[in-house]
Design a protein around this ligand. Structure first.
Ligand code: PGA
Length: 250
């Protein structure tokens, strides 16, 4: 069954105490509410265990924002998928455009990250999306097709555990959102690509999130589209006041 998900991506923001109070504040705000979507918060590594221990993780899933492309060993400074899983986190954001652009993540690094995440029971939130020049040259469909191929070594069963986040890079942190029509067009395309590879049932069950300057104002229109199953939210996930209306947009 396809799930609706609203996921926050805090990026490199909040001290431990700020992150904890944000997570607890959200936990409090959601108490007693019946939600039409799953809620996830993507926090820095340093916060994961404390957050997972202080909120209702049945109501709010905890995500890391990256994981190592190796299982364990002499990789100073890296954090493995197994370590993330041991904190109580259940998701990991992989292939975010900031990681692709600033930390040179490619198919070669991303494929083992996806595999290790799955082996450790984490749900990858796999980010794809084009930059502005690619959109302007009408290349966006080809770009996402190519990025999706990094997942196509997976068995159909494993692919069924992946969440896709379509995030046009030109819309991230810029205040420029894709229109709901633009999002629907490419989400439908992504679903067709999945159907071609894994069949219509797998495609229909796949959760495809939109990301890029999503906020309380535009969330309703976006999630109303049949192929937009929620969002990956950066800036607006950093306060309960801004994040809650997005969760309630369904
Ligand atoms: P934004 O970030 O909502 O601040 O545009 C989205 C993201 O990078 O995931």
């Amino acid at each position: 069954m396809r799930k609706n998900i609203i996921a926050g991506n805090w990026k490199m923001n909040t001290s431990l105490s700020e992150g904890l109070s944000l997570a607890k504040g959200l936990n409090e705000a959601l108490k007693g509410k019946t939600l039409k979507c799953d809620v996830v918060i993507g926090a820095p590594f340093t916060h994961l265990a404390s957050i997972a221990a202080s909120i209702d993780t049945n109501k709010i899933g905890v995500a890391a924002q990256n994981c190592a492309n190796k299982a364990q060993g002499a990789f100073t400074g890296e954090v493995s998928a197994a370590m993330i899983a041991s904190t109580g986190a259940r998701y990991v954001i992989l292939g975010h455009s900031e990681r692709r652009q600033l930390y040179h993540e490619t198919s070669e690094t991303l494929k083992p990250k996806v595999r290790l995440a799955l082996e450790n029971g984490l749900t990858p939130i796999f980010c794809i999306g084009e930059v502005l020049s690619e959109r302007e040259n009408g290349m966006h469909f080809q770009v996402v097709d190519k990025q999706m191929e990094d997942l196509f070594d997976l068995s159909s069963e494993d692919f069924g555990k992946i969440v896709i986040a379509y995030e046009p890079v030109w819309a991230i942190g810029t205040g420029k959102t894709a229109t709901a029509e633009q999002a629907q067009e490419i989400h439908a395309h992504i679903r067709r690509v999945i159907a071609h590879k894994y069949g219509p049932e797998r495609a229909n069950d796949c959760t495809i999130l939109y990301g890029g300057s999503m906020n309380a104002e535009n969330a309703k229109d976006l999630v109303a589209k049949p192929d937009v199953d929620g969002g990956l939210i950066g800036g607006a996930s950093l306060s309960v006041e801004k994040f809650l209306p997005i969760i309630e947009a369904f």
